[in-house]
Design a protein around this ligand. Structure first.
Ligand SMILES: C[S@@+](CC[C@H](N)C(=O)[O-])C[C@H]1O[C@@H](n2cnc3c(N)ncnc32)[C@H](O)[C@@H]1O
Length: 334
């Protein structure tokens, strides 16, 4: 069984997505809000849009059996690390928001107990424990019913979701979404690169770009509220226009970055990307998409199909940690 963690409230979206991708080859259960257990007869794809975290080949220990944590339980948890005597690291977290039933402090207590028992009963494997992400990752997730555990090679979705820190100078909290997207893309904007920011006001995304030295064309009818300019920052040109139909000046194309945060539906983003990608107007892109309450996967599918059909486009669709009823599409033209 694999355990997938999602934003609480998006379990059905994740289940629909799994059904869409794997058809009848997977059975899903939702044991607690924010979690989906998947039993599949085929390997899972490397990631799902609505998945925040993955615990491959997970086991479960009911709450009443955890007091105290026993050597046999730790043997089960460490399975592959014990067999291969491989280096391993540990991370533990509470289910959902962690505010229910004191789960946060309790899971930290369980982590400590697991480490103590590992050192006492499996000293060789205990010594292989490391703080780096080398080798295997033991994940522990505490729910009100008990503890899920998984020890496996870190996959794309292993470890904590990316929780970014707000910069007090940023004019909005939207800033966090773009910062998270840059981390996931593994490519930061560089000094003197150019960007078009659609739906830019009050300026959180523009701020993330100019503080890296980019020159930004910010498109929005609303006012920008950027902090005072500092040495080393890029320039901003604010254009009051409709971002959906905005045509960048020819001499600016291709821009290095197209970023868009207009809170618009998947179909609108599809139209926008069709035009921008068709004319190769940008190199990298990050677009936020507002998703409908009903059937978000079905609503996003045409956009996904369009991008998958483009030979020269690499992309990733994710519900970011900082996304709410939104998802983000990140990509690059090769
Ligand atoms: C969520 S806010 C953007 C926040 C911004 N990214 C930031 O970090 O501060 C959405 C913005 O999109 C703008 N917007 C919505 N539709 C637009 C359109 N068709 N053209 C231009 N701006 C649009 C709104 O005026 C609003 O300022």
């Amino acid at each position: 069984m694999d355990l997938l963690v999602c934003r609480p409230g998006f379990e059905d979206a994740l289940r629909d997505e799994i059904a869409q991708r794997l058809g009848g080859k997977a059975v899903c259960l939702c044991p607690v809000p924010g979690m989906v257990e998947v039993r599949a007869s085929v390997p899972l794809p490397p990631e799902f849009i609505f998945e925040r975290r993955r615990m491959p080949d997970a086991g479960f220990i009911p709450d009443q059996l955890l007091k105290p944590v026993t050597a046999e339980q730790v043997r089960q948890m460490l399975g592959p690390a014990l067999q291969g005597n491989l280096p391993w690291s540990i991370c533990s977290f509470p289910a959902g928001s962690g505010t229910v039933g004191n789960l946060g402090p309790r899971v930290k207590g369980i982590e400590k107990a697991v480490l103590r028992v590992a050192r006492e009963h499996f000293p060789e494997t205990g010594r292989q424990m490391t703080d780096t992400q080398a080798g295997l990752l033991l994940q522990l997730c505490l729910t009100p019913r008990g503890l899920y555990h998984s020890c496996a090679a870190p996959c794309l979705q292993a470890g904590s979701p990316l929780r970014m820190h707000q910069d007090s100078r940023a004019p909005s909290r939207s800033y966090l979404k773009l910062e998270e997207a840059f981390q996931l893309m593994n490519r930061q904007p560089r000094k003197n690169e150019t960007a078009v920011d659609l739906g830019a006001a009050p300026g959180g995304w523009t701020y993330a770009l100019i503080r890296r030295g980019c020159h930004v064309t910010a498109v929005d009818h609303g006012p920008m509220k950027l902090p005072p300019h500092e040495p080393g920052w890029g320039r901003v040109r604010h254009i009051r226009a409709n971002g959906i139909t905005f045509e960048p000046p020819r001499d600016l194309c291709p821009v290095d970055w197209l970023v868009s945060d207009m809170l618009v539906a998947p179909g609108v983003v599809l139209g926008l990307l069709r035009r921008w990608i068709g004319a190769r107007r940008m190199r990298f892109f990050v677009c936020n998409i507002k998703i409908p309450q009903q059937n978000p996967c079905a609503a996003v599918k045409p956009l996904e199909d369009f991008l998958s059909a483009q030979r020269k486009v690499e992309f990733r669709l994710k519900q970011l940690y900082h996304d709410r009823r939104e998802i983000t599409i990140m990509g690059q033209l090769k």
